[in-house]
Design a protein around this ligand. Structure first.
Ligand code: ADP
Ligand code: ADP
Length: 227
């Protein structure tokens, strides 16, 4: 069944000056358990589309449904709550809180959800274990490599038990070994836990690991291949 559905999705930046149709009529259905790469040239609308699907921004037209719930007309407060419960994010620049340790970064999401302390701690250990960082629990981001920081970001994205994870160029700042390692972890979470992933990328080795490749050009889907 579809976990994400967009219908005639449109995002126009600068509507009153020099309008840019960053996303221009996107109809996309993502099924539970898919492992999808979003590709296309720089400026084709990948980040904008991920932001709309993830409820980080509102569309100019059309809608986004997450498990049948239309998020495009939700109030901002409801949307913040909905995002926290349902969607995990991984960004290009890791976005970890510098003064918190790896496990505190992972726990932070659960703190917002008022998860009891003992459960938070246990789950953070378990998640950091899943991404191979069981020996880095008490390290701050500055003490970790880029690849390790991004694995903390994946553990953090999983902390709220989201329905799916959106990742915007997650390997952009990683060397090839860390890229391979991160992809392996994502693929394992997809295969074993049926976690749904959508990730934008320019990296052919990352694209090669995807089970579905959606290509954007000028804000439109020009190809959609499952394999
Ligand atoms: P990609 O992620 O594929 O590089 P983006 O979604 O970042 O593409 O950008 C799509 C288009 O929208 C580009 O032409 C970009 O310059 C424009 N754009 C993106 N964000 C904004 C913004 N906040 N204001 C104005 N234009 C923007
Ligand atoms: P990427 O290529 O990884 O998508 P960009 O460098 O295009 O990232 O965009 C980084 C940030 O700048 C995003 O938040 C995007 O919304 C914003 N942005 C991109 N293009 C424009 C633009 N033409 N005007 C204003 N903001 C923009």
């Amino acid at each position: 069944s579809n976990i994400i559905e967009s219908h005639n999705l449109l995002k126009v930046y600068n509507p009153d000056t020099i309008p840019v149709n960053a996303v221009n009529g996107v109809n996309l259905q993502i099924e539970e358990g898919e492992f999808t790469a979003l590709v296309g040239p720089s400026g084709s609308g990948k980040t904008t589309l991920l932001n709309l699907i993830g409820g980080l921004d509102y569309p100019t037209g059309g809608d986004v449904k997450i498990e049948g719930v239309d998020i495009s007309k939700m109030s901002e407060n409801k949307l913040i709550d909905f995002r926290l419960k349902n969607i995990g994010f991984v960004f290009q620049a890791y976005n970890l809180i510098p003064v918190l340790t790896a496990s505190e970064n992972v726990e932070f999401v659960m703190l917002l959800q008022k998860t009891p302390k003992r459960e938070r701690e246990q789950r953070a250990v378990q998640l950091l274990n899943e991404v191979g960082l069981q020996d880095k629990l008490n390290k701050r981001p500055s003490e970790l490599s880029g690849g390790q920081q991004q694995r903390v970001a994946v553990a953090r994205a999983l902390a709220s038990k989201p329905r799916f994870i959106l990742a915007d160029e997650p390997t952009a700042n990683l060397d090839s070994k860390s890229t391979e390692n991160l992809l392996e972890i994502m693929a394992k979470l997809n295969a074993e836990d049926k976690m749904t992933f959508i990730f934008s990328t320019h990296d052919q080795r990352v694209i090669d690991k995807a089970r579905r490749v959606v290509t954007l050009v000028d804000g439109k889907i020009v190809s959609d291949v499952k394999r």
